[in-house]
Design a binder for this molecule. Structure first.
Ligand code: PMP
Length: 359
């Protein structure tokens, strides 16, 4: 019995992908072993890694002048890797603060010894807003500008790529592969895999090649994009299962029609849920139109004393992990790529029935 899992990550994966992984788990590519048991230096796995990279390049339309690196340490590892690879201690960088993940990136960058100028701060709105296009730029002399296109906790998302005088660095953890993206606008893109790209255990880094070769000498090899790229992400034992599943996920995205189709599907899902929220007095969405995430839909019950009952009854109905992040409360429905429209519709039906009984 599968449930509709609204978890923010690790998150729901396409059932077809799980079934394929299950079917070949004990005998992968005729090896008589699972993919987890084969050598990462063997021909089969080297091919599997190369294929995953190739498919990612095709699906995202990554130009040749960008390197793809698979790093361990998740997106949090990249909070450090970014300043280590692009700056020297004391250098100036810029950051757009739209929520808790931006704030974390800021803290880690400061730990790595860079000066960070916060060029936009949406804290005053309670992180429910996104700056207008053209309203900000990197501070003069910045090595890069860092922003978080989708804030997983607050549920705000940029629907545009900022114009910027410095290389743009983006934490795409919770929105990568959700819609088409013009990679050529970015200096560096990084994302943890556990939302739209498979299981936890890895970050994908896409870096414009002219930004390679600048890492501080003390950068650990496994966070040094240049060394990792030179070794095809095989500098040490990589997270083989995560790389394998990324490949299967990308096959699934392509079967569905690629990122254009995925974007349409995600737009419809998000609109279905927000339209319902806006039509109700029993529920509300704290994030206004123009800033609403397609991936993480945050909502509140007018009567907060019903929060626990809502979560419990939803779970009983097969709609799991709807409680908001522990730091903000309320509800959050994470509707990543793998969540079908049927799952969103089931949630709306449940919410309307819950309102009928408790409203
Ligand atoms: N950035 C964003 C936007 C996230 O949502 C998360 C995790 N939820 C992280 C960074 C941290 O990712 P990880 O746990 O892979 O380090």
């Amino acid at each position: 019995m599968r449930v509709y899992n609204f978890s923010s990550g690790p998150a729901m994966m396409p059932v077809e992908v799980l079934e394929q992984a299950a079917a070949e788990l004990t005998d992968w590519r005729g090896s008589g072993m699972s993919v987890m048991e084969v050598s990462h230096r063997g021909h089969d796995f080297v091919e599997c890694e190369r294929e995953a990279e190739e498919k990612l390049r095709r699906v995202l339309g990554i130009p040749d002048d960008y390197a793809i690196v698979f790093c361990q340490g998740g997106a949090t590892g990249q909070f450090h890797a970014v300043p280590m690879n692009l700056t020297r201690p004391g250098d100036l960088t810029s950051l757009v603060n739209t929520g808790q993940w931006s704030a974390k990136a800021l803290r880690h960058a400061e730990q790595a010894g860079v000066r960070v100028e916060v060029v936009v701060d949406e804290k005053e709105s309670g992180y429910t807003t996104i700056p207008a296009p053209g309203s900000f730029d990197a501070a003069r002399g910045s090595a890069y500008l860092h922003y978080t296109p989708n804030e997983t906790i607050g549920g705000v998302e940029f629907d545009y790529v900022p114009e910027c005088g410095a290389p743009l660095v983006a934490d795409l953890s919770s929105t990568i592969l959700s819609r088409p993206l013009d990679v050529s606008r970015f200096g560096v893109i990084y994302a943890g895999t556990q939302k739209n790209m498979g299981p936890a255990g890895m970050a994908v880094v896409i870096v414009r090649r002219d930004l390679l070769g600048r890492a501080r000498p003390e950068t650990p090899d496994i966070l040094d994009w240049t060394r990792m790229a030179e070794q095809d992400s095989m500098l040490n034992t990589p997270p083989t299962f995560s790389i394998y599943l990324l490949g299967l996920i990308l096959d699934w995205v392509e079967r569905l029609g690629g990122l254009t189709a995925m974007g349409e599907r995600n737009r419809t899902k998000a609109e279905t849920l927000y339209t319902y929220l806006d039509s109700s007095d029993f529920y509300s969405a704290p994030v206004g139109p123009g800033a609403r995430s397609w991936m993480n839909v945050v909502f509140l019950l007018a009567d907060r004393s019903l929060d626990k009952t809502f979560v419990a009854e939803a779970t009983d109905a097969g709609l799991t992990n709807l409680a908001g992040h522990r730091s903000v409360g309320g509800m959050r429905a994470s509707i990543y790529n793998a969540m079908p429209l049927d799952g969103v519709q089931a949630l709306v039906d449940f919410m309307s029935e819950f309102e009928r009984r408790h409203g």
